[in-house]
Write a protein that binds this ligand. Structure first.
Ligand code: SF4
Length: 362
């Protein structure tokens, strides 16, 4: 039974990776975990929560900064270049000083959506992650926070736990729909991590086909974030090529039809880019597009990149834009960029070697 359970989430060993232990017998895993009277359900939970690091793909890079910890795990090869997942443990703090951690998950290595403000797009899509490779990011993050992974310097996060999961790392989650849905099933399984659906956010560019499939699952408490970035079709198509096939009016209609729970809200993400989408007219267009949709608009400053095709707005410009939205009756917040110094903030993920390889002439 345990073999079946662990196979359900076991990380797949891919080309070039050290082989991971994918199928324990019940007796072997019970002995390794020090459990004298094993039952399959208890061992499954033990495997998920405290699995030995040797069972996971190797952590290839890890950087710690004030905003959190970014870590990469091996995910096979593309030609001569090693592929990695990228995940960010973000340290959060409430106004009253309460602290918790949010894990930003990748659903793909690279991405094919081509958003012009995002470094990941420059890698292209290297491959979809499996459900196991998504789940193992949480297993590794928990191991890091419990001090089971050697780090240079003291982890400020030691002993704490992860409260929220956000699919905002590399990739478009609805472009890898089945694996993401399967990973969410594992995260919320009461026999395992037992995470509430309401603490999981799927962030999408607005894939209408994916939104319809998600709606059909009837998971009303799953949180949905829509990356908007412009409420004008011409500008949005320039920033986000997906808008050419799925324009704003159709996206809005899909959201109107989405089965939100009573008092539920969509998160609308708006990356503010200096002199591109930050004018008072842009704020008016957002307010018009959001009319009669239950939304919270999160305004995020464009994060510096290497190289950066756009400019980052200053503090005053951020405050002014959020103020304009509020004056137009929109519930708007300024979202602080975390892990920017680690190149782990919104739009900054992606292996530089793969970006260079993608840019090189064939
Ligand atoms: S912003 Fe998201 S969807 Fe767009 S290219 Fe980057 S990773 Fe892909």
């Amino acid at each position: 039974m345990l073999e079946m359970s662990t196979a359900y989430i076991a990380p797949q060993s891919s080309g070039g990776a050290a082989p991971a232990r994918c199928a324990w017998t019940l007796a072997e895993f019970a002995a390794a975990a020090g459990i004298s009277r094993p039952c399959a359900r208890g061992l499954y939970r033990e495997f998920l929560l405290n699995s030995p690091l040797a069972d996971m793909p190797a952590i290839t890079r890890m950087d710690q900064g004030a905003g959190g910890i970014k870590f990469c795990m091996e995910a096979g090869h593309s030609g001569a270049v090693a592929l990695e997942t990228e995940s960010v443990i973000v340290a959060m703090q409430s106004f009253h000083g309460h602290r918790w951690y949010t894990l930003c998950l990748s659903s793909q290595v690279g991405c094919r959506m081509g958003c012009t403000f995002c470094q990941t797009a420059r890698m292209g899509l290297r491959r979809n992650l499996t459900a196991a490779e998504i789940v193992v990011q949480l297993m590794a993050a928990r191991a890091i926070l419990r001090g089971r992974v050697p780090m240079s310097g003291q982890s400020e996060a030691s002993g704490a736990d992860i409260r929220n999961l956000v699919f905002m790392g590399m990739g478009e989650p609805l472009d890898n729909f089945d694996a993401v849905v399967q990973a969410i099933r594992v995260f919320t399984d009461p026999n395992g991590f037992n995470m509430p659906m309401s603490r999981i956010t799927v962030s999408t560019v607005g894939r209408i086909d994916g939104l319809k499939k998600l709606a059909a699952l009837n998971w009303p408490h799953l949180r949905l974030a829509i990356s908007l970035n412009a409420a004008d079709d011409d500008l949005r198509s320039r920033l986000m090529p997906v808008n050419k096939a799925m324009p704003l009016a159709e996206l809005r209609q899909a959201l109107l039809e989405y089965p939100l729970p009573r008092r539920g809200r969509f998160l609308i993400e708006y990356v503010l880019i200096k002199d591109v989408n930050d004018s008072p007219q842009d704020a008016v267009k957002i307010a018009q597009w959001c009319r009669s949709l239950p939304v919270t608009v999160n305004v995020i400053a464009y994060n510096p990149q290497q190289p950066a095709p756009f400019a980052t707005p200053g503090e005053d410009e951020m405050i002014a834009f959020v103020g304009q939205l509020r004056n137009l009756g929109i519930f708007a917040k300024r979202r602080v960029s975390h892990a920017r110094e680690l190149m782990g903030a919104c739009g900054q993920l992606g292996n530089p070697n793969l970006r260079r390889a993608s840019a090189a002439p064939a």
